[in-house]
Design a binder for this molecule. Structure first.
Ligand SMILES: Nc1ncnc2c1ncn2[C@@H]1O[C@H](COP(=O)(O)OP(=O)(O)OP(=O)(O)O)[C@@H](O)[C@H]1O
Ligand SMILES: [Mg+2]
Length: 254
């Protein structure tokens, strides 16, 4: 049985996609069967894995609308050790189209039911909003991974996100748990980063992953080559820290 994780934070640009792509790659390196779902119409995770999002015949849009299966829509990009269910701007239409559907919050969960035996871990890269897409991801998941950029507004958005997760747990998905918070884009020379980081540990204690993802230029460059950082630059701090996050994640989740 696969275990599914939504990588989410309604705040934009906090490292969701970078975490989704590189955690998927680093977990897959450990001989685990991994699926990465791009569930953001921006399609950044697709591009970051080297998938040409302009030429997709099937994507997470068709899957969530019930027009294609996951198995028929995934791709295995050259050189990667995990599958990708890509997407593009078409997924924007799902927001509106799902309004007319029954069980609209359950569409992704239903689709993933058919591939439970094919994977060990499924990671869903969510858009920067608490939209019907994010709700579908949270209903389909057992775990939530929350990337947090340690800056002042980070904590304000967090309480809204945690309330949404709690509401979904009560009404739609009792299995849902916060797996962990990941500190991203971290700059240890910045006092505010350190201060917010300490506050996170005070509030969330063991839910905060020990691994801290630093600001690292290789992490920013890798997507333009269509590669996870683990393949783009083996020795970079980005690779070392995402591998460390993967080990910590697997220790927690086994
Ligand atoms: N640790 C890092 N070091 C350097 N650059 C990073 C790091 N993490 C992310 N970035 C860069 O910061 C930008 C935002 O990151 P990313 O796309 O992962 O965030 P996001 O939360 O998925 O954004 P969105 O909300 O738009 O989906 C990207 O250009 C990415 O390459
Ligand atoms: Mg993103």
């Amino acid at each position: 049985m696969a275990k599914t994780y939504a990588i989410t934070n309604q705040k934009g640009g906090v490292g969701k996609t970078t975490t989704a792509v590189n955690l998927a790659a680093a977990v897959a390196e450990k001989a685990k069967r991994v699926l990465l779902i791009d569930f953001d119409p921006q399609g950044n995770a697709s591009t970051g894995c080297g998938v040409d999002k302009m030429t997709l015949s099937r994507s997470s849009y068709e899957v969530v609308m019930g027009e294609a299966t996951v198995a028929d829509s995934v791709q295995r990009p050259a050189g990667l050790a995990f599958d990708v269910l890509p997407t593009n701007g078409d997924l924007t239409a799902a927001e509106v189209n799902l309004l007319d559907e029954n069980l609209k919050e359950n569409r992704l969960k239903l689709a993933l039911g058919l591939v439970q035996d094919q994977y060990d871990f499924i990671f869903i890269d969510c858009p920067p909003s608490l939209s019907m897409l994010t709700i579908n991801a949270l209903v389909a998941s057992q775990g939530v991974i929350i990337p947090i950029q340690c800056e002042y507004y980070a904590l304000e958005g967090l309480s809204g996100l945690l309330k949404t997760i709690e509401r979904i747990k009560q009404r739609l998905n009792p299995e849902l748990e916060v797996t962990g918070l990941v500190r991203t884009l971290f700059d240890s020379r910045n006092n505010l980063s350190n201060q917010v980081s300490r506050q996170l540990i005070t509030h969330f204690e063991a839910k905060v992953f020990h691994t801290i993802i630093p600001r690292n230029v290789r992490l920013a460059e890798a997507p333009s080559h269509g590669l996870p950082v683990t393949m783009y630059d083996q020795s970079s701090r980005g690779t070392i820290t995402y591998r460390s996050l993967a080990s910590e994640f697997l220790r927690r989740e086994k």
